[in-house]
Design a protein around this ligand. Structure first.
Ligand code: UD1
Ligand code: M6R
Length: 371
């Protein structure tokens, strides 16, 4: 039931405060002043020793699920100290890339049924890796065939364009980083800040959803364009890829997510006064590098739309012609959850492709009409 919403994607974008709350329910333990805060993922607890001993963690997925894993990669590396590599399922299979017994292979999939991800799971099982699933669908093939895993519990996602599953996947993988990482005294403050950030995340999502109308207005300006570039780096390289994927899938417009650190190595040649460019420059360790990217794009007369943390408009905007999207600031590793939402909301007036159940209804109606 779409309720007051026109289509499922719109409903699911607005459901994110609630879907994130269910994702985290029963999994975050808030300690009192004498006890550290902690995270419990029931599906992983018997396998943590093996995961911590693995030589490498390999994230495997397709599309939005791959992007969610990419967003979580830096925090997993930071807290676990284990090398983390990324594989698009079809590419892993095309290359028959090496997977070892000492690897932990993490399969990320909303549906739990994506053919390439399932084939990659089969391949990793044959190669003896510990296989972990992160899926939204209890009883799905990936949930059944992995050794262990975590259900993201985001609720059924009907819209073809994945939105609430993406944010819940990132939240689960941040929690996974917390349970795999060592609970050392030196990491305590950082861990507590992330847990507090997770607890407060639904409120911050509610806040960023208020940009809805502003993003619709921006969409009206962009709709006639041929292309949109999205620059991100660090935690938000994934946001750039995911934003561009959504623009392609929903607005049927060419869009490319670009790693800002690669700007000088080719993409800068595309920049002129006509091409709109979104630059993600929220506060984190990469902020000053993004400021200098903005300067260089401005020097090339790029049409800039900058996403920054609240209150930072004047520090990021090189001129009056630059548009700004100000978002609430959260702990750096959780910022991709917030930053993707205006990009999703920008597409809200574009109808999402018809979900399967609606296609069946249309087909049956058509059949009864012609017979
Ligand atoms: C589980 C229950 C939840 C209950 C909670 C109470 C299920 C589905 N979940 O949640 O209803 O409230 O205990 O303690 O019954 N798994 C995989 N691969 C995957 C995903 C999950 O093997 O891709 C496995 C997990 O290792 C685990 C089981 O499925 O054995 C359930 O996973 P999950 O729902 O994440 O566990 P809990 O959060 O503990
Ligand atoms: O169900 P999965 O997460 O395995 O699906 C993977 C991709 O097909 C999916 O994320 C796709 O990219 C989305 N529809 C994009 O919105």
């Amino acid at each position: 039931n779409k309720g007051k919403y026109e289509h499922y994607m719109q409903k699911e974008i607005h459901e994110q405060p609630e879907s994130l709350t269910t994702t985290m329910r029963g999994r975050l333990i808030r300690g009192d002043s004498s006890k550290a805060k902690s995270v419990l993922l029931g599906g992983l607890k018997d396998h943590l020793k093996t995961i911590r001993r693995s030589r490498r963690i390999v994230f495997i997925g397709c599309g939005t699920s791959y992007n969610a894993a990419l967003a979580a990669r830096p925090i997993l590396e930071e807290l676990s100290g284990i090398p983390v590599s990324m594989e698009i399922a079809s590419d892993l299979l095309d290359r028959q890339a090496p997977i070892y017994r000492e690897d932990t292979a993490v399969f990320v999939s909303q549906s739990g049924e994506t053919a390439d991800t399932l084939l990659a799971l089969q391949y990793a099982l044959e190669n003896g890796a510990l296989c972990v699933g992160i899926t939204n669908t209890v009883g799905s093939a990936i949930a059944r065939h992995t050794h262990c895993g975590v259900h993201i519990n985001a609720g059924c996602e009907i819209g073809v364009a994945s939105t609430k599953a993406y944010t819940s996947q990132i939240a689960v993988m941040a929690m996974m980083a917390l349970v795999i990482g060592d609970d050392t005294i030196s990491s305590q403050a950082r861990r507590n800040a992330i847990i507090d950030g997770l607890v407060d995340l639904p409120n911050k999502v509610r806040e960023v959803l208020k940009l809805d109308q502003e993003m619709k207005n921006l969409a009206k300006l962009l709709i006639a364009e041929q292309s949109l570039l999205v620059f991100g780096r660090g935690y938000n390289y994934a946001t750039a890829l995911e934003g561009a994927l959504k623009v392609k899938e929903v607005a049927l417009m060419h869009s490319e997510g670009i790693l800002a650190g690669e700007m000088k190595h080719g993409p800068l040649a595309l920049v002129d006064e006509n091409l709109p460019i979104v630059v993600i420059a929220t506060r984190d360790g990469c902020f000053s590098k993004q400021q200098s990217v903005i300067q260089q794009l401005h020097a090339r007369k790029g049409r800039l739309i900058v996403m920054c943390s609240k209150g930072d408009a004047s520090s990021v905007c090189p001129s009056e012609s630059c548009r700004v999207i100000e978002v609430p600031q959260v702990e750096d590793c959780l910022q991709p959850v917030i930053n993707v939402i205006p990009l999703q909301a920008m597409l809200i007036d574009f109808n999402d492709p018809m979900p399967f159940d609606e296609l069946v209804v249309v087909f049956l109606t058509y059949k009864s009409y012609v017979t």
